[in-house]
Design a protein around this ligand. Structure first.
Ligand SMILES: Cc1cc2nc3c(=O)[nH]c(=O)nc-3n(C[C@H](O)[C@H](O)[C@H](O)COP(=O)(O)O)c2cc1C
Length: 205
């Protein structure tokens, strides 16, 4: 009789611990969002991105969902207004930053990622501006130490390829094992992103 009670209590404990460990989407520190994970990549993938008009954000969100990664938005202190982004106007903010490399060191709300050391793979996403990575992404990579991490750039653009933008970020960062990146069109489908993520074989990271 006593043995049966012990057995029942053990079964109950097991049931309770299984219930507690089931995971879904949750918010991490500082508004970071963690997605439901696939495989062992959980909690090791960071998806850092800058997006001025939302296209890169959509791709970043899909990557985070597919990898179980954590999203980190690279946020300039002064966000870019539509006027700021007017590249046909030589007086606009982006035109000025383009002309004067000194002014490209765009101040960010923060470049510090909570629990940075726990990430083994970092995606870095950005729009293409005049064939290069948008300037806030440059500030972000310059501010962080990617030593020991795999870094995978991705971008969105109207038509330009990723070109040398990933290579340039790698130089700016000076650390990390940078992989070949991927360019998506501004309206990339979720399937395209998913296919690319699958091809990366991240479960071994
Ligand atoms: C200042 C500026 C420069 C741009 N330069 C290029 C370019 O050289 N080649 C290109 O294909 N698209 C260019 N675009 C278009 C963006 O790369 C494209 O719309 C991108 O998907 C925007 O991403 P976002 O919505 O995440 O900001 C440029 C856009 C801006 C605002």
């Amino acid at each position: 009789m006593k043995r049966r009670w012990i057995f029942l209590a053990a079964a109950l404990l097991l049931l309770i611990s299984c219930g507690c460990s089931s995971s879904g989407q949750s918010s991490g520190p500082s508004g970071q969002q963690e997605s439901a994970a696939s495989g062992s990549a959980e909690k090791k993938v960071l998806v850092a991105y800058f997006s001025a008009t939302g296209s890169t954000r959509t791709v970043a969100e899909e990557i985070a969902k597919d990898t179980g990664g954590t999203l980190f938005e690279i946020t300039p202190v002064e966000s870019y207004t539509p006027d700021d982004l007017s590249y046909n106007n030589p007086q606009s903010r982006v035109s000025q930053e383009h002309k004067d490399p000194e002014s490209r060191d765009v101040a960010l709300m923060t470049a510090e990622v909570p629990d940075w050391s726990r990430y083994t793979t970092v995606f870095v996403g950005y729009p293409i501006w005049w064939g290069e990575a948008a300037y806030p992404a440059e500030t972000f990579v310059k501010a962080n130490d990617f030593s020991g991490k795999t870094v995978i750039p991705f971008c969105t653009s109207s038509s330009s390829p990723i070109g040398e933008s990933g290579e340039k970020l790698k130089e700016d960062a000076g650390t990390g094992n940078w992989e070949e990146g991927k360019r998506f069109s501004s309206g990339a489908s979720r399937e395209e992103v998913r296919e690319w993520v699958d091809s990366l074989n991240l479960s071994s990271t």
